[in-house]
Design a protein. Sequence first.
Length: 72
Amino acid sequence: MPTTRPMLPRLTVNRRFMAAFLAEPTPCLALGLVEEGIGPCALIALRLEQALPRAVSAAGFRFGHALLGTGK
């Protein structure tokens, strides 16, 4: 019996952003933009020395606040 996976959308990330992120020593965190079909969305990239346990990553992130800019 074949296993099926849900289709995930294609994400587009700036190559220089990703190269700079991967060049940093771990642990590191980056804020950026990712483009997904309808337009740009916020991206929080986290790279650790060890993978997060599945139980932790499956719960997702609930920050409970927003990042606001002033345009200045």
